[in-house]
Design a protein around this ligand. Structure first.
Ligand SMILES: NC(=O)C1=CN([C@@H]2O[C@H](COP(=O)(O)OP(=O)(O)OC[C@H]3O[C@@H](n4cnc5c(N)ncnc54)[C@H](OP(=O)(O)O)[C@@H]3O)[C@@H](O)[C@H]2O)C=CC1
Ligand SMILES: O=C(O)C1=N[C@H](C(=O)O)C[C@H](O)C1
Length: 266
């Protein structure tokens, strides 16, 4: 049995994580945390996620006392860093799905992984993690004059762009091509009126309605086009992957792991 603590329990992913812990065999909810300023503090978990118990939510400042064997964070970068400090101070492994991390925030995560085991993934679905391998095959096997573009679509409330998954796909392609991702990524064509180069990865973004998460990598040339697409239909897909990662991580040594490690896809 793996006892799991969930941060951001009132968030979209927090609620999906509580449901996933309930569903997954061998997982148990140690505690659900919200911010100490949250209107959801000390409300029944059942109010957030009906399938769960009527135990109350705790403040994330109380996480050190919850006896969780693994902590899961899908919040925002500034919240994740506070929660990460709690995990380090208490030597508790952590699963992190928060996206939109700046370089210095990513550096802090890497430092933390020298002390505790961490699974960090910008997408916890099986399909996207397979897609990361498929785009590398396409990037290396297809002719060099292919145009490479990445499109992502998400719900209206997503604030980081491009999505963490889109960037992970672009970074996987850049690695396969031997490119420096930061040099080849092109995010905005509105002020740069030059033709498409085959040595660049273009990104485009859509935000609308309740789209859970869709990603397409395009490999196009004259006369043909390959599109590799993943569509998530439910947040439970990501949440179940994160709970699986937590169970996998429980007894691992300190280090930075990703979902491909968990799934054995490397
Ligand atoms: N890796 C993956 O597979 C996936 C990653 N994500 C990522 O997960 C993250 C959350 O997404 P989502 O659930 O849709 O977002 P929501 O806005 O629904 O939830 C965010 C949660 O984080 C909490 N939070 C925000 N800031 C802080 C802070 N400073 N300290 C403590 N808690 C804080 C919020 O609390 P409050 O309500 O009090 O503000 C809320 O509970 C995003 O980064 C998203 O990209 C999402 C899906 C899949
Ligand atoms: O915010 C979301 O919703 C999602 N975020 C992740 C990302 O940024 O890639 C994963 C998923 O697509 C949903």
């Amino acid at each position: 049995m793996t006892k799991i603590g969930v941060f951001g329990a009132n968030g979209r992913m927090g609620q999906a994580l509580i449901e996933a812990v309930e569903i997954e065999q061998g997982a148990q909810l140690a505690a659900a945390f919200v911010r100490s300023s949250s209107p959801f503090l000390e409300t029944p978990i059942k109010a957030l996620q009906p399938v769960h118990s009527s135990e109350l939510t705790f403040s994330d400042e109380e996480a050190k006392e919850c006896h969780a064997e693994v902590l899961i964070d899908f919040t925002l970068p500034q919240g994740m860093l506070v929660h990460l400090k709690t995990a380090i101070d208490n030597k508790v492994p952590m699963v992190i799905g928060t996206t939109g991390l700046a370089d210095d925030e990513m550096a802090q995560l890497r430092e933390a992984a020298k002390v505790i085991p961490i699974v960090f993934a910008r997408n916890f679905s099986v399909g996207v993690n397979l897609l990361l391998n498929l785009v590398q095959t396409a990037a290396t096997k297809l002719a060099d004059e292919m145009d490479i573009e990445i499109f992502e679509a998400h719900h209206r409330n997503k604030i980081d762009a491009p999505s963490g998954t889109a960037l992970a796909i672009g970074e996987a392609i850049a690695e396969a091509k031997g490119w420096d991702h930061d040099e080849v990524a092109r995010y905005d064509r509105s002020s740069d009126h030059t033709a498409k180069s085959q040595d660049e990865i273009g990104y485009s973004v859509l935000r609308a309605g309740d789209i859970v998460g869709e990603h397409t990598a395009y490999f196009a040339t004259m006369g043909e086009r390959l599109e590799l697409t993943h569509k998530a239909a439910s947040r439970l897909t990501f949440a179940s992957g994160a709970v699986r990662a937590a169970q996998w991580l429980k007894n691992k040594p300190a280090g930075l792991y990703d979902m491909q490690d968990v799934l054995g896809l490397k």
